[in-house]
Design a protein around this ligand. Sequence first.
Ligand code: ADE
Length: 243
Amino acid sequence: MRFEIVTLFPEIAASLRLGLLGKAIEAGRVEVATSNPRDFTTDRHRSVDDAPYGGGSGMVMMPGPVVEALEALDAGRAGPTRRVLLTPQGRRFDQATAERFATLPCLTLVCGRYEGFDERIRGYVDEEVSLGDFVLLGGEVAALTVVEATARLLPEVVGNRRSTEEESHTTGLLEYPQYTRPVEFRGERVPEVLLSGHHGRIAHWRRREALRRTLERRPDLLATAPLSEEDRALLRELEREGT
Ligand code: ADE
């Protein structure tokens, strides 16, 4: 898969060249390209923003440099892409969106700085995505988040999908608690069932703990998580216990 980032700070892409994603990029299994609107300015000051028509505070990203940065990326790619604008006005990014993006051959992420975009830029993107109900200085950190969440679903990045299939949000529930060595750490022992080697009991304990954790921390997720009759019985039991 290919990721393209339109940003005034292309240096941020360097942080993607670490860890598993870095390995995939190095091996040519994942591509990351950037395009800088500053390279498509026409004035002496290389301006990418200007004062808003109608007055008011702050500066607005001009459409020309951003649209030309997008068109330059089109020229360097064979197939299609999907253009996504990072903005607090977009639809909230979530795991389902990451899974949808992971099916694409290319994703182009458009980052803004300053107070906002000239409205006409919106006509050049396919959708708008927000990380949440807060305002960042710019879209860069949001773009990195989208790349990471998407790339880790790719077989080119994580060899086996099993490790992503069981985890939080993919199952619609929060993940069960995990333990590794040592068996005892500062007086706290690993739950005995996990040492039992009894796969059926372990699976049952994990499902129950995933349900308990979701009930405690994110009860809103239970409304949409796929739950079996046994899950519902376990939830009733947990609710009676008052966890
Ligand atoms: N740019 C500024 N704030 C943002 C947010 N919350 N999500 C995505 N992009 C942004």
